[in-house]
Design a protein around this ligand. Structure first.
Ligand code: TXA
Ligand code: MG
Length: 335
């Protein structure tokens, strides 16, 4: 299948491309679209066969459930079974936004979406194109990040097409996303809630509304215990190039690998030093979490494209505000 790429204004999406994409979704096809976090790969969440298409296109394991996207609060009722008090409070405060709530599932949500489990993940994205698409489609849209399973999430249309060109019907190309990191996933079926995946919305902001959460995202699964919660696989969000993290500036490690004859990509924390060893591709990363989030996946995509043999990342500080970035970097480094 040839993938149609429709360019659309990120702030004032034109009606024609939105209508075409909505028609594809209603007919059971796959549409990649921008959200405020990363590009998603959408299908009609109420159609088991449409959702199966997502798993095929991504090569995603069937036991990893999907986030259902809706365009308005009242649309949540169609996919959830119960709406806990903490869901009400968090949705009220943060939707539309980069927060995904895990709640009891509704009866008409297919098992393909929830991986057969008793809960469903749902959010309202905060991007004019995503919202226009959801409204025009008139159905809830299941959408994981629009990348091949395990790989880095896409922050622009080029990233999506590198992995999924000719595997999906259509992409709405609204340029680079404003956020760059996935949504924060919180399970509100328990009190206290459980943080399943740190993300663009900080844990601190969420805890200001619902009190302290259980940091389930940072628990390492025991080898003979039950499977970790979905999406908590150690290796994920990984570039093709082996990646390692270091706690100092990284220069010693970069020089050592270079001396071993490897081509090295170096993500520095802050400005690139004046003297970069020859043959090393150095990229400067911002020193604030939001700036870093916006740059991270694009930098990893760039280094993969540059064909380096190894990526060395100088870690940001190990403080709370860097939780989501550390989470992604440690998963990217896991082999
Ligand atoms: O920012 C985002 O969340 C993007 C955009 C497109 O919305 N989507 C995204 O989807 O990152 P995906 O599939 O790449 O990640 C969804 C995460 C996974 O970790 C998955 O395991 C978890 O949400 N998840 C989905 N349903 C769940 C459920 N019922 N219980 C627990 N975790 C769930
Ligand atoms: Mg993903």
């Amino acid at each position: 299948m040839k993938t149609a790429r429709l360019v659309v204004d990120p702030h004032h999406p034109e009606a024609e491309p939105i209508a075409r994409a909505a028609a594809v979704l209603r007919a059971g096809g796959l549409v990649a679209f921008p959200t405020e976090t990363v590009y998603g790969l959408g299908a009609n969440a109420l159609s088991a066969s449409a959702v199966t298409g997502i798993f095929e296109a991504k090569g995603r394991p069937a036991n990893n459930p999907l986030i259902v996207h809706v365009g308005a609060r009242e649309d949540v009722a169609a996919v959830v079974g119960d709406w806990p008090e903490n869901a009400r409070r968090l949705a009220e405060r943060f939707w539309p936004g980069a927060l995904t709530l895990v709640v009891p599932r509704g009866a008409n949500v297919p098992d393909e979406v929830t991986a057969g489990g008793p809960t469903v993940a749902v959010r309202i994205p905060d991007h004019p194109v995503a919202l226009a698409l959801l409204r025009a489609a008139g159905v809830p849209v299941a959408a994981p990040s629009a990348n091949r399973s395990g790989y880095i999430s896409p922050t622009c249309a080029e990233h999506v097409l590198r992995g999924l060109d000719d595997r999906i019907a259509l992409i709405l190309d609204a340029g680079p996303v404003p956020g760059g990191l996935e949504s924060t996933v919180v399970d509100v079926t328990t009190v206290p809630p459980r943080l399943l995946r740190p993300g663009l919305l900080s844990a601190r902001e969420i805890e200001a509304v619902v009190g302290p959460m259980v940091r389930a995202s940072e628990e390492s699964p025991s080898p003979d215990g039950p499977l970790p919660s979905p999406g908590m696989l150690a290796r994920h969000y990984s570039p093709r190039t082996p990646l390692e993290c270091v706690t100092e500036d990284g220069r010693k490690r970069v020089e050592q690998l270079r001396d071993d004859g490897l081509r090295v990509g170096w993500l520095t924390f802050g400005p690139v030093p004046a003297l970069v060893p020859p043959g090393v591709v150095a990229l400067s990363m911002p020193c604030d979490p939001a700036g870093y989030a916006l740059r991270l996946y694009a930098a990893l995509h760039d280094l993969d494209e540059a064909g380096v043999d190894r990526i060395v990342v100088a870690l940001p500080p190990a403080t709370e505000e860097w939780l989501a970035i550390h989470n992604r970097l440690s998963r990217a480094a896991a082999r």
